[in-house]
Design a protein around this ligand. Structure first.
Ligand SMILES: [Zn+2]
Length: 257
C-alpha cells in the first residue's frame, strides 16, 4: 500500500449504490485507473463536479494493486466544466475527446503527454467556436503521441504527393490518391486538398495559432469521421459518442458565435 498524490482528468463515471460514484480517471503521474468516491452523492460539503466527465482534480489515495477501484481519500476540484455544459455541441465534443482518450489508453500506462493534451483541449473547447476543428486537432496529436499517425503527404500505392482527392485506407489509415482508388475499385468517400492542408497545419501549430476559418467545417468533419474509423479499427473499439458528433446539425459545429 502506497499513498499517492495525482492530478486526474475524469474520463467516465457512473453512480454505484445510493451515494458512491465510480470514475475512470486519467492521472498525469500513474496513467488511467478506476476510482471510487465514497458517499459523494450524499455529501453536502464536497463538490459533485468531482465525479463529472472532464473535471480536473487533485487526488490523494492509497494505491492497492489488487483492487479494481482505488478509494479516493481526499480531492480538490481544479477545474469543473460548467461552462461547457451549457452548450450541446461543446458537451458532445468533450465526451468524444474523453472517450477517445479512454479507448486508446491502457490501465496503468503512464500517459503524461496525453493527460496534458486532453486537459488543454477541454480548456480550449470553452473558448473556441470551432468545435470540430478542435476535436480533429486533438485526435491528430493523440495519434501522433501514440506513434500511429502515418505520413499523409504521399499516396501509399504510387508515392505521388501532388494528388487532390484521396481516400484513407482502413485499417492502415494510409492515403490513397484518387487515381489509385479508382483503379482498385475503392469507392469509399474521399477527402480533398483542404483536409490534407488541415492535417499539416494542425501538426505544426498550437490550436490557438490555427486559422480555423480557412478550413470548412464539412472538410474537417469528413477528416474527423475517417480518423474515428481508423481509431475504431486500430484500437478494436467502438467510439460510442461518435454518432452524436456526426449527427449534429452543421451550424451547431460552429458553436453559437
Ligand atoms: Zn496513388
Amino acid at each position: 500500500m502506497e499513498i499517492r498524490k495525482a492530478s486526474g482528468l475524469v474520463l467516465h463515471s457512473r453512480q454505484s449504490g445510493e451515494a458512491d460514484i465510480l470514475a475512470r480517471i486519467l492521472t498525469a503521474e500513474f496513467g488511467k485507473a478506476n476510482f471510487v468516491f465514497k458517499g459523494l452523492k450524499k455529501s453536502r460539503k464536497r463538490s459533485l463536479a468531482a465525479g463529472e466527465p472532464g473535471t480536473l482534480l487533485d487526488l490523494l489515495y492509497y494505491q492497492h494493486d489488487n483492487r479494481e477501484f482505488q478509494v479516493v481519500s481526499e480531492f480538490r476540484v481544479v477545474r469543473d466544466r460548467m461552462e461547457l455544459r451549457k452548450d450541446l455541441s461543446r458537451i458532445l465534443h468533450l465526451y468524444y475527446l474523453l472517450e477517445l482518450v479512454d479507448r486508446t489508453t491502457a490501465q496503468g500506462d503512464p500517459h503524461s503527454r496525453v493527460f496534458a493534451l486532453a486537459a488543454a483541449a477541454a480548456d480550449a473547447l470553452a473558448d473556441t467556436i470551432y468545435h470540430a476543428h478542435l476535436s480533429a486537432f486533438f485526435l491528430l496529436h493523440l495519434l501522433r503521441f501514440h506513434g500511429v499517425l502515418p505520413d499523409l503527404s504521399r499516396c501509399a500505392r504510387c508515392g505521388r504527393t501532388d494528388f487532390t482527392r484521396f481516400t484513407l485506407d482502413t485499417p492502415d489509415f494510409t492515403p490513397v490518391c484518387g487515381r489509385c482508388a479508382a483503379q482498385s475499385g475503392n469507392n469509399s468517400s474521399s477527402l480533398d486538398t483542404p483536409a490534407r492542408e488541415f492535417v499539416a497545419a494542425a501538426l505544426s501549430a498550437r490550436f490557438s495559432g490555427l486559422d480555423c476559418g480557412r478550413f470548412p467545417a464539412e472538410t474537417v468533419l469528413g477528416l474527423l469521421f475517417h480518423l474515428s474509423l481508423f481509431v475504431e479499427s486500430y484500437f478494436h473499439c467502438e467510439i460510442k459518442s461518435k454518432g452524436m458528433i456526426f449527427n449534429l446539425p452543421q451550424p451547431l459545429h460552429r458553436g453559437a458565435g
